[in-house]
Ligand binder design. Structure first.
Ligand SMILES: CC(C)(COP(=O)(O)OP(=O)(O)OC[C@H]1O[C@@H](n2cnc3c(N)ncnc32)[C@H](O)[C@@H]1OP(=O)(O)O)[C@@H](O)C(=O)NCCC(=O)NCCS
Length: 163
C-alpha cells in the first residue's frame, strides 16, 4: 500500500493545514486560520493535501475566476471566487519543514494540474518569490512579469500554466 495519499481537504484538516502554513511561510506571508478554513469550505476541489503515512505533510490551495487579478488581496479570502471560472489562482503551496526535499511539492503540483485539466480549467496562475521561478518552470509554468504585490514585503513574480 502506498504511503502517500493526495486528497481534497476537509474541515477536520484545518488545524494541521494552518500549522503547516504558519511554519512554512514566514510571518506576514502566511494565511490566517480563518482564510484557510474558508478556502477548505468554499472550494475543496481546489484544496489538496498530501498525507504521508497518515499525516498531512503538505497542501496546495486555490480559487477559480474568469478575471485574474493576482495582486488582489480580497481573492485570498475567495471574494470574487466563481467555481465555474476557467482560470485558477494558486494561493498556497506549502510542505511542512520535516517533510521538505522529498518531492512532495512536486507530487502535489502535478496532481493539482491533472485534476484541474480533468475539471476542464483553462489556465493556472500563481505568484512566487524569485528563488522558486525555476521550480515552477520545471512543472511547465511560464514567467509573466514581476508582480505588483508587496505581500510580506517581498518581491513576487507572476507565472501561469495553460492547460
Ligand atoms: C517550496 C516548497 C513548497 C517545496 O516543497 P518540497 O516538498 O520541499 O519540494 P520538492 O521536494 O517537491 O522539490 C521540488 C523541486 O523544487 C526544488 N525546490 C524545493 N524547494 C525549493 C526552494 N525553497 N527554492 C528553490 N527550489 C526549491 C527542489 O530542488 C526540487 O527540484 P528537483 O526536482 O530539480 O530536485 C517548500 O519548501 C515550502 O513549503 N516552502 C515554504 C512555502 C513556500 O515558499 N511556498 C511556495 C509559495 S509560491
Amino acid at each position: 500500500m502506498s504511503k502517500i495519499l493526495i486528497r481534497e481537504a476537509c474541515i477536520s484538516d484545518l488545524d494541521r493545514c494552518y500549522e503547516i502554513e504558519s511554519i512554512a511561510y514566514a510571518g506576514d506571508e502566511s494565511a490566517s486560520r480563518g482564510k484557510i478554513g474558508k478556502r477548505i469550505e468554499v472550494y475543496p476541489e481546489g484544496f489538496l493535501v498530501l498525507e504521508f503515512e497518515g499525516k498531512i505533510a503538505g497542501l496546495i490551495n486555490s480559487g477559480a475566476t474568469d478575471k485574474v487579478q493576482l495582486s488582489d488581496e480580497a481573492f485570498k479570502e475567495l471574494t470574487g471566487h466563481d467555481p465555474n471560472g476557467k482560470k485558477i489562482v494558486i494561493m498556497s503551496v506549502a510542505v511542512h519543514p520535516d517533510f521538505q526535499g522529498k518531492g512532495f511539492a512536486g507530487k502535489l503540483i502535478n496532481e493539482f494540474i491533472d485534476r484541474m485539466k480533468a475539471m476542464e480549467k483553462a489556465e493556472i496562475f500563481l505568484i512566487c518569490q524569485t528563488g522558486l521561478i525555476d521550480m515552477y518552470s520545471s512543472y511547465g509554468f511560464e514567467y509573466i512579469r514581476i508582480s505588483e504585490s508587496e505581500h510580506g514585503g517581498l518581491d513576487w513574480h507572476e507565472m501561469s500554466l495553460s492547460l
